[in-house]
Design a protein around this ligand. Structure first.
Ligand code: NIG
Ligand code: FE
Length: 395
């Protein structure tokens, strides 16, 4: 039994024990509304620690290009990929972005998700980045899903800098000198992310951006070693990042650095994104090596229009079980408690513990092993957010 009061969890455990404790602590049972799980599995609300929620346009033609052999970075270099989404996003007004955000948040809610991290990064100029961060923040205020905004100005080098001979370096300076001060003054972004990857932003450039962000009090996360070993895992450990994400191709040194950080005061979560490698038709990240090295592993959708167009976190659990051989229990921990720490909300969400937010999912399943087993199925019966029923099957 889970007892909730004013949006927070009061007690968890066998019904007789919880009820007796409630009465003893001055919470008469008559003041509670009862919600019967009817034999269904009850879990914490899921946390998606890596999404690119807000963008405009769509990129389905890239799937065919990739089937014909083009790589992700080939498409980006030719002005497609992230850059085509940037053009569409700059042209979209705030209301269109918010409408898009609501539509996908609603889908996520139906998959049992009650908190997400949401990156900017399809503006790549101060004005549009600020708009994306503000819309993300407003959507979180609207609820019911909590939205934790991240600034990702260093997602790609925008077209107006690409024509310059020193374009990448000039853009890095602009992120540090023009964008970060504005983002910090706006106060919406809780953390800063960089696409640290050979051919995008180097580890040195990423370090400069992330140190500047840390000086403004922002937490740090990275797109690290998504395509090739690029020093991202090493950098995440060095800077005490909340999370290093993707990690398809970490170096041995990077893995060792994250393992060392895992036993220190600032562990960096390895946030793995198996839907992305699946959708890019690539091998998945070495999840078992991280787990064996004691590194906490989270799973996210990486919801975005190019490399992971899925809002379905339970489906990501399935892909993680199939492609990375995570056990169903490991996959559940990776989308709840570990994901909450990766998103920077480990003290508030991700587990059913007294004092935490009353974010609870009742599943149409009788055993947690069924959650990733029924591939792509809709198993969510009821979602409770901050103590209120916010989604019911068929309602
Ligand atoms: O996490 N790798 C960089 N960013 C996204 C993809 C963004 C896009 O292709 O639009 C990712 O996979
Ligand atoms: Fe991403």
């Amino acid at each position: 039994m889970v007892a909730c009061w004013e949006g927070r969890i009061l007690g968890v455990g066998p019904r007789d024990v919880v009820e007796a404790t409630l009465e003893a602590r001055g919470h008469p049972l008559s003041r509670f509304v009862r919600l019967d799980a009817d034999g269904g599995v009850v879990t914490p609300g899921l946390v998606d620690p890596h999404t690119h929620l807000l963008f405009a346009g769509s990129r389905e033609r890239e799937l065919v290009l990739r089937q014909q052999g083009a790589s992700y970075l080939d498409i980006l270099a030719a002005g497609g990929g992230i850059l085509s989404t940037v053009a569409a996003t700059r042209a979209a007004d705030d209301e269109a972005l918010a409408e898009h955000g609501r539509r996908w948040l609603d889908e996520m809610l139906g998959h049992g998700v009650t908190t997400i991290e949401a990156k900017s990064g399809y503006g790549l100029d101060l004005a549009t980045e600020l708009r994306l961060l503000d819309v993300a923040h407003q959507l979180g205020r609207e609820g019911p899903i909590d939205v934790v905004p991240t600034f990702l100005g260093a997602h790609a080098v925008p077209p107006e800098f690409r024509s310059r001979p020193d374009g990448t370096e000039a853009y890095v300076r602009s992120v540090i000198e023009d964008q970060l001060p504005g983002v910090a003054a706006q106060g919406r972004a809780r953390s800063c992310d960089v696409f640290c990857e050979e051919g995008v932003f180097s580890a040195d450039q990423s370090r400069r951006i992330l140190r500047a962000a840390a000086a403004y009090g922002m937490a740090i996360r990275l797109h690290a070693d998504e395509l090739a070993p690029s020093g991202g895992a090493e950098l995440a450990a060095e800077l005490g990042a909340l999370s290093a994400d993707h990690l398809h191709a970490p170096s041995d040194e990077g893995l060792a650095a994250m393992a060392a950080a895992a036993s220190g005061p600032t562990p960096t979560v390895a946030t793995l994104l198996p839907a992305t490698t699946w959708f890019l038709m690539a091998d998945s990240a070495p999840a078992r090596r991280f787990i064996n090295a004691g590194v906490p592993v989270a799973l996210g959708t990486d919801f975005n229009p190019g490399t992971s167009p899925t809002p379905n976190l339970p489906l990501v659990m399935t892909v993680a079980c199939l492609e990375m051989k995570l056990s169903p229990a490991e996959a559940l921990a990776a989308v709840t408690i570990n994901a909450a720490y990766a998103a920077g909300v480990g003290g508030e969400a991700g587990s059913l513990e007294p004092g935490k937010l009353a974010d609870v999912v009742i599943w149409g399943a009788t055993d947690v092993h069924q959650l990733p087993y029924w591939v792509g199925a809709d198993l969510v019966d009821v979602v409770v957010k901050r103590g209120r029923v916010v989604h019911r099957r068929g309602a």
